[in-house]
Design a protein around this ligand. Structure first.
Ligand code: AQP
Length: 328
């Protein structure tokens, strides 16, 4: 079986973007691949985190994976910091990555603009840690939203560079960017992707939002003055709502447009809200159930850590040997 790796960072509550761009697709892919799904807590601390919240969210994300249909018996579910090889491999790979490459990453540029002087070195190095995550498991495929494509390309470049410098060590991973849900946009600013660390809560739907909150946020979503439902870049707000329906129902955007011929934005918004509520309700109920059984969650991440440590340490030892470290 080919290997698949992906993860989400516990830097905020999960959004509909994380769900449609990542988790929902993993559920399908797990049948076909030897899958590793990680909660990437080391990535989360690249920006300031409250320890109590970080702990709670880490478990919540793990529970959301399972509640969404990721099967712990088929996949390896683990927490990144339980596998120290990630941090160590990152150091090694740092020495094969150029400052110039990292400073060209758009996510870094966006976030550093927002944070100014107080940006951490960790945020700058973030893509190297992501490369380590992926390369340690001999990953073939990395399902990500479109926003992560550039980071994945860097991981490929680093792998190829290391392989050429020493000898074939890493499998060179491919990105898998599913069309539906590839990029869900901010409801208040549909030129920007929906993000869990966005300040304005009206911009995102949380997986955990109540039906009333979902209805309110969708009804306030920014649209346009055209007044006709089309699927076009000229109407990014409407396009985003259509994309959300498409990602949830599997319907093609052009068929959704046809369904709404002659109808107004209010009807479209009402329907989007109900479709989201119906999709999220069973997940919310299951997450709550899982979170009340901490012993079960612990058994899952312990089992996951054991398998992940075994595989990751093997790759790490290989890297150390090739670099020229004396091994114990
Ligand atoms: N808006 C989105 N549309 C589609 N996919 C998305 N993803 C994130 N936002 C969208 C996908 O979710 C996965 C996990 O992402 P992450 O948490 O590791 O980092 P991120 O991409 O930086 O996510 P956020 O929500 O924007 O977090 P913050 O605000 O903390 O930076 C990835 O597969 C990503 O593509």
């Amino acid at each position: 079986k080919k290997v698949l790796f992906s993860g989400i960072k516990p830097s905020g509550e999960l959004t509909l973007g994380n769900y449609l761009g990542a988790i929902k697709n993993w559920v399908k892919l797990q049948e076909e691949y030897d899958s590793y799904f990680c909660v990437v807590d080391l990535h989360a601390i690249t920006v300031k985190q409250e320890p109590k919240d970080l702990r709670a969210r880490t478990l919540q994300i793990l529970a959301t994976y399972i509640a969404s249909g990721i099967d712990p018996d088929k996949c390896t579910l683990f927490i990144q910091s339980h596998v120290p090889a990630h941090s160590e491999a990152q150091w090694l790979l740092n020495c094969f990555t150029y400052m110039g490459e990292l400073s060209r990453m758009t996510q870094y540029k966006d976030k550093s603009q927002k944070l100014g002087e107080s940006i951490s070195a960790g945020l700058f190095n973030y893509p190297v840690l992501m490369a380590a995550d992926i390369l340690l498991y001999n990953t073939d495929l990395v399902p990500v939203g479109r926003d992560q494509k550039q980071h994945l390309e860097l991981a490929r470049d680093i792998a190829i560079r290391f392989n050429n410098l020493y000898s074939p060590t890493f499998k060179v991973p491919e990105a898998y960017i599913p069309e539906a849900g590839a990029k869900i946009m901010d409801l208040q600013n549909p030129e920007k992707k929906m993000s869990k660390s966005e300040d304005n809560p009206n911009g995102y739907i949380l997986i955990n939002d109540s039906p009333d909150v979902i209805r309110k946020k969708i009804s306030r979503a920014v649209t346009d003055t055209v007044g006709v439902i089309n699927y076009t870049d000229e109407q990014p707000g409407i396009k985003n709502l259509i994309n959300i329906i498409s990602a949830i129902t599997g319907k093609k955007p052009e068929n959704i447009v046809a369904d709404y011929e002659g109808q107004g934005y209010a009807k479209l918004k009402q329907d989007v809200a109900e479709i989201i509520i119906e999709e999220l309700k069973p997940i919310q109920d299951e997450v709550n159930k899982l979170l009340s059984d901490k012993a079960y969650l612990e058994s899952i991440y312990r089992k996951g850590a054991e398998k992940a440590n075994y595989v990751a340490n093997k790759t790490l030892r290989k890297m150390q040997r090739k670099i020229g470290f004396i091994q114990l």
